[in-house]
Design a protein around this ligand. Structure first.
Ligand code: MN
Length: 322
């Protein structure tokens, strides 16, 4: 996924934000991707009220949509200091990156790309796709690893039966299932499908904070009812996350978690860095077609690469947190 907001704000995202009891509901904002005819996504991270959940720093939810009316077609674009998680509920996406990866992304399969110091990739929904539906998530890399090598992992989690629900654990550990995909900070990522009326209590790590991103249905988390595309935030200190499907249809959520990220990050466009000057340098490097991001073969689209938008005029100061 590329962050294609026409005037992306530079965000200084502080790790270890204030912790409040209960569940905070983070509602999505509608963001057009790739211009007025491109697909629209519903973004819950980052936002004013919260920038990070663990190392999860970006969450877009999209579809179900008919890609013939404008699907995903993202020309080669760069990333730094992050990992991208592509998780589909329906459809098929063709991924190419400058590590040399060429993969088809399918529902229920983790595709995790690590940018390290720099990578570029393209993502296109395939002609076979009649319904496109999924989530695009980013994970911030900690200081010790953000200048590291590019990497890519594909993993198909085994569904776990939770008596009324089914979990697919794509990162970390939940319900006795552990993903073999390594992470750079303690992290959890799982898809959970709840049968109508089902209630599940999931033991979780007490030191983690969690986010419940609702895909379909109506789900109650700790007494708070969440609608589709809402992200319910649960502060650290809980040893159990309870999910109730209060609808007469199945519900589906993504459960994200992690130890609060202890570093401030600066996010702008497709870059995660630590300072304004670093972001400026990443942008110049991409515009100069430097080796930092490598090259992709095989992408055939309107543009050979996405140009970076203009930087904001002002040098941005850290944003305040409520
Ligand atoms: Mn991307």
């Amino acid at each position: 996924m590329s962050n294609l907001e026409t005037a992306p704000a530079e965000l200084v995202c502080r790790g270890g934000e204030p912790v409040e009891a209960g569940v905070d509901v983070l509602t999505a904002r509608d963001v057009p991707m790739g211009g007025p005819r491109g697909m629209r996504v519903r973004r819950t991270l980052p936002q004013r009220a919260r920038s990070l959940i663990g190392a999860w720093c970006f969450a877009d939810h999209y579809g179900p949509l008919d890609p013939s009316a404008g699907g995903m077609d993202l020309p080669p674009h760069p990333h730094t200091g992050l990992q991208t998680v592509t998780w589909l509920f329906a459809g098929e996406v063709e991924h190419r990156d400058s590590l040399g990866t060429h993969s088809l992304v399918h529902p229920g399969e983790l595709n995790l790309m690590t940018s390290g110091h720099g990578i570029c990739h393209s993502e296109v929904s395939t002609p076979a796709t009649t319904v496109l539906h999924g989530a695009q998530l980013w994970v911030a890399l900690p200081e010790a690893h953000r200048h590291g090598a590019r990497d890519f992992h594909h993993h198909v989690p085994t569904p776990v039966d939770l008596d009324g629900a089914t979990a697919r654990v794509f990162l970390g550990e939940l319900a006795g299932e552990t993903s073999p995909v390594p992470t750079f900070t303690p992290l959890l990522g799982a898809e959970i499908v709840l049968e109508p009326g089902a209630r599940v209590r999931l033991p979780v790590a007490r030191e983690y904070e969690h986010g419940v991103l609702v895909d379909t249905g109506s789900v109650v988390v700790a007494g708070m009812r969440l609608a589709p595309s809402d992200l319910g935030y649960v502060a650290p200190g809980e040893s159990m996350v309870e999910l109730s499907n209060v609808d007469s249809r199945a519900a589906r959520v993504l459960l994200l978690g992690g130890v609060p990220f202890g570093e401030d990050i600066v996010m702008w466009w497709n870059f995660v860095g630590r300072t304004h000057d670093e972001i400026v340098a990443f942008r110049e490097s991409w515009e100069a077609e430097s080796d930092q991001f490598g090259r992709i073969g095989g992408y055939r689209g309107k543009l050979s690469r996405l140009p970076a938008p203009a930087l904001p005029n002002a040098r941005l100061t850290p944003r305040r947190h409520p």
